[in-house]
Design a protein around this ligand. Structure first.
Ligand code: F6R
Length: 238
């Protein structure tokens, strides 16, 4: 893994965009894997600025990692809405080329996985949960899992309650997510993490054993991973 440590969130976002920009410039029809959450918002702002500077995303395709089960796409808390508000509405990507998983059945999972196997993700953007999850692959998820439905842990629901009026009872209990097996198929991985609350997970991902107890540790087996951190998230690395 290549690890880049930055002073702060803005520098982290700019450095991460630098990694993505190499791909965008080389391949106008690149396939991006995208994540929601607070970590990549600065990276998405950089992507928007690049569009304002003249770059066209019209042939870019995107596939998101995950979505809550049981909330409507148009719900303000859906991951589809998140992507629309934080990126898609401000760039010229064709919305028909954007994909966010949806549903709660085996068939829905297989349909998403089938769609993914027809393309090949050039660059998968990831954040990391405090418990080391990537996508919604919680601790204990077998590394070979493909797109599947998960029961969210209390820890993850608590962390996400900030988006649901700080009320954990409003946070959905399940999600549909690419599996670690799916994520590992992408050609390159770009993981961003900031803040002290991510320091333990970051250490386990980079320096810990490769074990399902930290889903992100699977990335040690991927040939091309760039991890961009702020100082606080990197503070426990030896
Ligand atoms: C989001 C996702 C999650 C987040 C993780 C970190 O699509 O798959 O794994 O990346 O929960 O979230 P933030 O960035 O909000 O700390």
């Amino acid at each position: 893994m290549k690890v880049i440590v930055c002073e702060n969130y803005d520098e982290m976002s700019a450095k991460a965009f630098g990694v993505m920009k190499e791909l965008l410039d080389a391949k106008k029809d690149a396939v991006l894997g995208l994540a929601t959450g607070s970590s990549p918002v600065g990276l998405y702002k950089e992507m928007i600025q690049y569009h304002k500077d003249g770059y066209s995303y019209k042939d870019i395709k995107s596939y998101n990692l995950d979505e809550y089960v049981g909330i409507d796409r148009k719900d303000p808390q859906s991951y589809y809405t998140f992507m629309y508000e934080n990126l898609f509405k401000d760039i010229d990507i064709d919305l028909n080329n954007t994909h966010v998983p949806y549903g709660n059945t085996e068939t829905d999972c297989k349909a998403y996985e089938d769609a993914l196997s027809e393309v090949s993700i050039d660059l998968q953007v990831l954040g990391i949960g405090q418990n080391g999850h990537i996508g919604f692959n919680e601790p204990g998820t077998p590394f070979e899992e493909l797109t599947h439905i998960v029961d969210l842990t209390e820890n993850t629901r608590e962390a996400n309650a900030r988006f649901f009026d700080n009320d954990i009872n409003k946070v959905p209990t399940q999600a549909i997510t690419m599996g670690i097996g799916t994520i590992m198929k992408s050609k390159k991985v770009l993981l961003v993490a900031n803040g002290e609350n991510k320091a333990d997970a970051v250490k386990a991902m980079i320096e810990g054993p490769i074990d399902t107890a930290c889903a992100a540790s699977a990335l040690q087996n991927h040939a091309d991973v760039v991890v961009v951190l702020d100082k606080a998230a990197a503070s426990k690395l030896s």
